[in-house]
Ligand binder design. Structure first.
Ligand SMILES: [Zn+2]
Length: 291
């Protein structure tokens, strides 16, 4: 999509901002690669949108409070260490709230993200980036036990993860700590026992450590189905976030909150187009054409 011509498309963005001023935008970041670029994005977001926190969204969803015009929520998935090392000072400086979805099994550990283990091993094997992505996508499509079996063939890799103290400091600085599962399996590929165990482990972790809101959840990789949604309901999860590259409709289903994927190193022209809702529209049309 990068060759689509973001620079020319950005002229549509102000029009879409007016058309969609009552639609909630939720951004989904992962790591923060480029601090300076990320800060420029935050400054621009602050100038164009009302950056809200989770409790403002909860008041809207559960107590009928209106959202401010041009509301935007910043979320970050996986709890990458760079959110602390490169993002926290920017959030503090610009007094911007956000929501961080953590993988509880990784906190206070040196365990790598499972997809990184694939990347690092296959890079050593000389596989191209495209081929490595194919392997990861195949893994994501496997039943969970088969995915775990497949991963056994790789040498363990390591990575510094957030410590409990760092999570606490993030929390004290308007970063809402929320549930992104215990080990990041695909929720549409796990069996019922695995799914229950994932949720139970997060609940125990949050209760024992006294941090994090179990009831605010983001589907790992955005994968969901009716069964997993039902289990979320049974476990009293009240909000669930998708990864579907869409703006939200006027009436939001709290268990199907749409998010737009962005990266901290997206150049501003590309970033503005993505946030406006134009990029998600193109994404949708492109997908339709491919079907
Ligand atoms: Zn994730």
């Amino acid at each position: 999509m990068r060759n689509f011509g973001y620079k020319s498309l950005r002229w549509f963005s102000p029009v879409l901002n007016i058309l969609f001023k009552n639609r909630l935008r939720v951004l989904a970041y992962h790591d923060i690669i480029d601090s300076a670029n990320f800060e420029a994005q935050i400054i621009w977001l602050k100038s164009k949108y009302n950056i809200i926190d989770i409790s403002t969204l909860q008041s809207h969803l559960f107590h009928n409070q209106p959202l401010p015009k041009n509301s935007l929520l910043i979320t970050l998935d996986d709890g990458d260490k760079t959110v602390y090392t490169k993002g926290l000072h920017i959030f503090k400086k610009h007094q911007v709230p956000s929501c961080l979805f953590i993988i509880t099994d990784l906190i206070n550990s040196r365990k790598d993200f499972w997809w990184n283990t694939i990347i690092k091993n296959e890079e050593k094997n000389g596989l191209s980036k495209e081929k490595i992505m194919e392997v990861i996508n195949i893994c994501k499509a496997l039943p969970n036990d088969q995915r775990l079996n497949y991963l056994q063939k790789y040498k363990a890799t390591f990575r510094d993860q957030l410590t409990l103290e760092e999570v606490q400091e993030l929390k004290e600085n308007s970063v809402f700590i929320a549930n992104h599962s215990h080990t990041h399996p695909m929720f549409d590929k796990v069996n019922e026992a695995e799914l229950k165990d994932e949720l139970m482990q997060v609940k125990t972790f949050f209760e024992e450590k006294g941090i994090g809101d179990f009831t605010v959840f983001a589907y790992p990789n955005g994968n969901s189905n009716e069964r997993s949604e039902q289990l979320l309901i049974e476990n009293r999860i009240r909000m669930a976030f998708l990864f579907d590259h869409k703006l939200n409709e006027k009436h939001i289903n709290p268990l199907r909150i749409s998010r737009i994927a962005v990266d901290s190193d997206n150049p501003l022209s590309e970033f503005k187009t993505k946030v406006s809702g134009l990029h998600p529209m193109i994404f949708k049309v492109k997908k339709k054409l491919q079907q």
